[in-house]
Design a protein around this ligand. Sequence first.
Ligand SMILES: *[C@@H]1O[C@H](CO)[C@@H](O)[C@H](O)[C@H]1NC(C)=O
Ligand SMILES: *[C@@H]1O[C@H](CO)[C@@H](O)[C@H](O)[C@H]1NC(C)=O
Ligand SMILES: *[C@@H]1O[C@H](CO)[C@@H](O)[C@H](O)[C@H]1NC(C)=O
Ligand SMILES: *[C@@H]1O[C@H](CO)[C@@H](O)[C@H](O)[C@H]1NC(C)=O
Ligand SMILES: *[C@@H]1O[C@H](CO)[C@@H](O)[C@H](O)[C@H]1NC(C)=O
Ligand SMILES: *[C@@H]1O[C@H](CO)[C@@H](O)[C@H](O)[C@H]1NC(C)=O
Length: 538
Amino acid sequence: MQYTFEALIKLRTQILVLLIIMKPETCFVLSLLLSILCLAVGVHVRVGDDYSRSDFPVDFVFGSGTSAYQVEGAANEDGRTPSIWDTFAYAGFARGGNGDVACDTYHKYKEDAKLMVETGLDAYRFSISWSRLIPNGTGPVNPKGLQYYNNLINELISNGIQPHVTLHNFDLPQALEDDYEGWLSRDVIKDFTNYADVCFREFGDRVKYWATVNEPNIFATGSYDQGISPPQRCSPPFCIIASSKGNSTFEPYLAAHHMLLAHSSAVRLYRRKYREQQHGFVGISLYTFGTVPQTNTEKDRAACERIRTFYIGWFMEPLLHGDYPKLMKENAGARIPAFTVRESEQVKGSFDFIGIIHYSKFNVSDNSDALKTTVRDFNADSGARLLAIEDILGDTEYPMAPWALQEVLETFKTLYGNPPMFIHENGQRTASNASLDDVSRVEYMQAYIGSTLDSLRNGSNVKGYFVWSFMDAFELLDGYKSGFGLYSVDRNDPELRRYPKLSAKWYKQFLNGSRTSLVGAIELKEDSSLASLENSFQ
Ligand SMILES: *[C@@H]1O[C@H](CO)[C@@H](O)[C@H](O)[C@H]1NC(C)=O
Ligand SMILES: *[C@@H]1O[C@H](CO)[C@@H](O)[C@H](O)[C@H]1NC(C)=O
Ligand SMILES: *[C@@H]1O[C@H](CO)[C@@H](O)[C@H](O)[C@H]1NC(C)=O
Ligand SMILES: *[C@@H]1O[C@H](CO)[C@@H](O)[C@H](O)[C@H]1NC(C)=O
Ligand SMILES: *[C@@H]1O[C@H](CO)[C@@H](O)[C@H](O)[C@H]1NC(C)=O
Ligand SMILES: *[C@@H]1O[C@H](CO)[C@@H](O)[C@H](O)[C@H]1NC(C)=O
């Protein structure tokens, strides 16, 4: 298989060269033949995937990301208190792992910044641990936490790397969960706004891109409907992981409502108090996916539309128009909260950009019978069923579906006003013991960055792309069993040394202007000019 693959890639390049000198008709026939050949052996190669960075606008930002609990470690050091994610991990839900040490970025941020420079990143996306900056969620600022984020931000800036910061990434301070059930209480709006105020005030002179809540749509459903993520609340029969607390019928809607209100309150604060001086942008990131009707029927196609309304319209319609989609209000009835006139005005227009988190596609089938049952959760209310979600829950590689990212960007363009967008997360998962020659991740990145380019050329307002993730990190569900990193972290080494994967080298070459042919990527393995990457930690 490997032999066939490399041979095919070589063939493809030769054909690409031929294409340049040949007539269009011949070109078409050849590329058709090549596509059939590739399909026959299961290799997904699009001839249009040959591009370079100079095909993107000059101000298009390329970066990579991580989040606080997934990489920082030092979870119990220097005054940090636990978040709901610490609690979840300690209960054994992340394959027994936890973020106590993670990648120890808390102590190794300088080395990591050096790696970012070597990779050629324009920008680094990371999140702030609320309970490190303000232990227990409310009250005084922790000077050690403040110092850490100032150091990290200064290190990035002095190396010419733009910080893009997320305020909440599944890691609400546990104390607020204990005090008032966190996102289920309106009290969180005031505490979140105060936390955002501290961040804008302390870091906003250097940080220009802020995202408030990371994938609130998946946080609300995963954490309050299925119970698969912290704070792990749900009720039967909707739980995927059994839980003793929660109510899947309305808590996802309530938590999401408070996230929208907290988000918009932070945006309003930024606009009123900081924007004029700091000239930054505040947005929110949504989890997105492509949809495939399970069967080629009108019913399943309509189910795809409803799923989109539920997962994306849920946030985008309030952000654009100040209210939830009509369909959701009809199907969820009193279980979805109503905005007051004042709240509606505050939520409407409260974003400067949208972060797109995108990995894969799902099959969707009609489930309108669910609407006849009286006890319904979010999914039942949608009258649609997402199939094969084990794709997210497992540790296997994602199927390649670069068209799905284009579909998502097209949807935002046509239905949601084509806002400025950053691809905040996109990447391929591999087992953490997989080889450093992560050819599948290279193929994935090449295809998806190519899709981004296609969408840009078709009028999508995309401003940047961040590969998830900069290094193998502590993943929400898989713990350390799988990783998305450009860099591998040797977890058996007390120094937690980082090693570049083939994907890091590929990205580096792409960022430095090389064309993205896979041949180039495979030859990277032998390329001695990249030895410096390997040497940087030896
Ligand atoms: C956080 O809460 C705990 C328990 O209530 C308390 O002991 C501790 O002093 C608090 N820490 C801070 C920094 O407020
Ligand atoms: C969930 O909340 C609804 C509405 O308050 C209530 O009728 C139902 O009994 C609750 N379900 C559970 C499992 O607590
Ligand atoms: C997903 O849908 C496609 C197209 O309708 C179908 O061919 C495929 O078998 C489905 N996959 C699963 C896992 O059901
Ligand atoms: C990785 O770990 C899995 C499960 O423990 C094992 O089946 C597989 O052979 C390992 N792969 C490598 C390359 O070591
Ligand atoms: C390009 O944009 C046009 C207009 O929105 C749309 O009709 C078309 O489907 C788009 N093409 C792709 C590949 O998304
Ligand atoms: C980037 O590319 C230029 C020329 O294409 C080359 O001279 C330079 O060494 C490359 N930089 C790195 C860091 O690979």
